[in-house]
Design a protein around this ligand. Structure first.
Ligand SMILES: *Cc1c(COP(=O)(O)O)cnc(C)c1O
Length: 230
């Protein structure tokens, strides 16, 4: 099942790239494996997946220990400051930074462990009450505050779009996040690159790619429905 699912996701990603006249190499797939057992991750690994996304620190660390070492681990969930120390030297990218205090903690641990940590700024692009992330208006200021911290590199922006039945409803939000990243990139802030745009999930990754995503986070579309709410 995972093999067929992945083939479909890859095909859809390719088509979305074609629609937007982008090359498939510009967009990477993060297999969101939260709540799923290592056996299923290994199946996806066997099909060529090398990027996995998790939203809980303990689960990420457990899977990191259990899985091959050529995997990029992506922290995509809300991160508590007291847990930063467990993952800074294990993750390729932290997608969910939305406060200076969290960034300061990441920086402190990065310096202590002598690693460079790449992060994205999470933006609550639709302004939903229930979502983490900074507002569009706050993003640039936060980026300017984080940029000088040692051991940390801001690579771009991430958003979790609203849950919608028709993915077209989220096109506006993906376009807004893209525009925000272009605007910030133009400011040429030291230590900020803005080349990564992490947006799009199972329901809307095609639209997200058409609007400029460089990174889509697909869980259900690869591994099937999750058994318990997360
Ligand atoms: C769970 C999760 C996803 C994947 O969601 P699906 O709808 O299962 O593809 C993507 N991004 C984040 C931040 C998540 O928590």
């Amino acid at each position: 099942m995972i093999k067929e699912n992945l083939e479909l996701v890859w095909k859809n990603m390719q088509e979305a790239c074609q629609n937007a006249q982008r090359t498939p190499e510009e967009v990477s797939l993060i297999a969101v494996s939260k709540t799923k057992p290592v056996s299923m991750l290994m199946e996806a690994y066997g099909q060529g997946c090398r990027r996995f996304g998790e939203n809980k620190v303990q689960e990420l660390v457990d899977k990191y220990e259990a899985m091959p070492k050529d995997i990029q681990w992506h922290m995509i969930g809300h991160l508590q400051r007291n847990k930063v120390k467990y993952i800074v030297d294990k993750v390729a990218l932290i997608h969910s930074v939305d406060s200076l205090k969290l960034a300061q903690e990441i920086s402190r641990e990065a310096v202590k462990k002598q690693v460079q940590v790449s992060i994205l700024i999470e933006v609550n692009i639709a302004g939903e009450d229930t979502k983490f992330g900074v507002s569009k208006e706050e993003a640039e200021q936060l980026i300017c505050q984080i940029a000088p911290l040692p051991g940390i590199h801001i690579k771009g922006l991430m958003t979790i779009a609203p849950y919608v039945v028709n993915p077209e409803e989220n096109r506006q939000y993906f376009a807004q996040l893209k525009q925000l990243s272009v605007d910030i990139k133009q400011k040429n802030i030291d230590n900020v690159s803005m080349n990564v745009l992490s947006m799009g999930m199972t329901g809307d990754y095609r639209v997200a790619i058409e609007e400029g995503a460089t990174c889509v986070r697909v869980g259900t579309g690869i591994f099937g429905e999750r058994q318990y709410p997360v």
